[in-house]
Design a binder for this molecule. Structure first.
Ligand code: BES
Ligand code: ZN
Ligand code: ZN
Length: 492
């Protein structure tokens, strides 16, 4: 799909089809043309409702307002997927902008690219992507003057970010018999090579030599050996340094604390944290953001077998902390514990360290399927991530730590247990477990993002299809952009 910014009225642009958003049920707006048809079919332009007037080559989508730019993103995605069954090759659309033009235009283009996504790797009949060109007219809903340079930049960024999100979706959706740890490391390598990002892939021997015993224990029963990936993006000019750490369980059967059958399906998506980081670095490199980004991926498979790690085992993590295993299904925190130690020991003077993980079902219970949970000690950092959520359209909420929940991780035999003594607050106690592996000087640099809900949803929602959403990609890019903007302003 190509995008062209056209400085002409919509009526002077030739295209097979036009997309029109009905804002706040305003059917009297100059963009709306088929009023008599609407009367006939009783279309009122209600939020999210679609009316296709195919014979005229027009599709309408209702949106509540254009101030919340995620409405535009979702409507664009809906419009594109409504058109996927037709043979229109070109479409035209106006701009829905008022104050923040860049954000609104970016939302629209992201919506088109995200809505055009289809995962058809395993289908004999492939999805058709008929639309080749999208003409974006400078004619706009509120008749404001358009800054063409910034509009062009917004379009370019949106394409990069949405494609990176789709890359993450592809990796997460790939079946576990194909996407083994070795293969996921290869996906990272492909992305790195394409973007001239430095990458190191470590195997089992490296983990053994470096005492990453918690990570090793989780991966031991699988015939597919673990991989630890370290990607480094260094821009020509650097304003900040950020470390991203991702849980990459290519399958989580639960291990000996085996998951019931109906909870095991979808656990191919337990690699969503690592997959998000591959997408994030792809976008950061293509956007040329002035931030050094390190991506650490802990990739392995949690399986059963004669040599599987067991409930009652005590593991010694990379930093020497001993962990009593009480449930082998709480494996993500074990992998992340060693990866967080690896990151803090091997990367110096970073500003932030953020981990992404489909860590707990409890987070999904707490926040619902669509929202990621943000945890950490630094309130400013959490606040900034919340703001990035709002601006990117990703739903996020913070979950608060407290010292009482922390005590529930006590073990009688080791320094810490891998599960809490109470099932309440399970998302937070998982975050507090990770906290034990964050050094004192890094406490305020760290945030943990539990993406267990939105990373993979078995129905379409918003601008997302059935399956992987690419959770974390848009959020993190927005956070990095806002971080760089602040640094820029500080310099002035
Ligand atoms: N990968 C799961 C968490 C998960 C659940 C992700 C649902 C996506 C959707 C994780 O490894 C896990 O099994 N966690 C356990 C922890 C428990 C044993 C303390 C859980 O949430 O039940
Ligand atoms: Zn698990
Ligand atoms: Zn897991």
């Amino acid at each position: 799909m190509n995008f062209e910014l056209v400085d002409k009225k919509l009526s002077s642009i030739n295209a097979d089809c036009e997309i029109i958003f009905v804002v706040n049920k305003n059917l009297d707006h100059k963009f709306v043309k088929d009023s008599s048809y609407f009367k006939r079919v009783n279309y009122e332009g209600a939020e999210d409702s679609i009316c296709s007037v195919i014979s005229e080559g027009r599709v309408y989508v209702g949106i509540a307002d254009i101030q919340n730019t995620d409405n535009i993103r979702v409507a664009s995605a809906k419009a594109i997927s409504a058109l996927s069954g037709y043979s229109f090759e070109s479409i035209k659309v106006g701009m829905y902008i008022d104050e923040c033009q860049k954000r609104a235009i970016r939302s629209m283009v992201e919506g088109f690219v995200l809505g055009d996504y289809a995962f058809d790797k395993y289908k004999s009949e492939k999805a058709k992507h008929p639309i080749k060109t999208v003409y974006i007219s400078t004619e706009n809903y509120t008749d404001v003057k358009v800054d063409k340079d910034s509009a062009k930049k917004a379009i370019d960024s949106a394409i990069i970010i949405a494609n990176a999100t789709n890359l993450t979706r592809d990796i997460v959706n790939t079946m576990p018999n194909e996407a083994t740890p070795k293969k996921v490391a290869k996906y990272a390598k492909k992305m790195a090579k394409e973007n001239k990002v430095d990458i190191k892939i470590y195997d089992k021997e490296y983990l053994e030599e470096n005492n990453m015993n918690a990570f090793l224990a989780v991966s031991r029963a699988s015939i597919n050996e673990p991989k630890l990936v370290h990607m480094t993006y260094i821009p020509t000019k650097t304003k900040a340094k950020v470390v991203l750490v991702g849980k990459g369980l290519t399958y989580d059967s639960g291990g000996l604390s085996l998951k019931p059958a109906n909870f095991m399906t979808t656990m191919k998506a337990d690699k969503s944290g690592a997959s998000a980081i591959i997408g994030i670095i792809d976008a950061v490199a293509k956007l040329g953001l002035e931030v050094e980004v390190h991506g650490i991926l802990g990739i392995c498979e949690n399986m059963i077998g004669g040599n599987a790690y067991k409930p009652d085992d005590v593991l010694v993590a990379k930093n020497g902390v001993t962990i009593e295993v009480q449930n082998t299904d709480a494996e993500g925190r074990l992998v992340l514990a060693d990866c967080l130690c690896f990151a803090q020991e091997n990367i110096q003077d970073f500003d932030y360290i953020i981990d992404f993980a489909t860590l707990t079902g409890a987070c999904v219970v707490a926040l619902g399927e669509y929202t990621s949970g943000i945890m950490g000690h630094n309130c400013t950092l959490k606040h900034k991530l919340l703001r990035a959520g709002e601006a990117s359209g990703e739903l996020v909420a913070t979950l608060p730590f407290n010292k009482y929940l922390s005590k529930q991780l006590k073990s009688e035999v080791a320094d810490i247990s891998n599960v809490s003594s109470s099932r309440y607050g399970g998302a937070i106690t998982a975050g507090l477990f990770l906290d034990k592996f964050i050094t004192k000087e890094n406490k305020d640099k760290w945030a943990h993002i539990d993406i267990a809900g939105p990373a993979y949803v078995e129905k379409s929602w918003g601008c997302n299809p059935f399956g992987a959403s690419g959770a974390g990609v848009r959020l993190t890019i927005k956070w990095l952009e806002q971080l760089l903007k602040v640094k820029e302003e500080e310099k002035k």
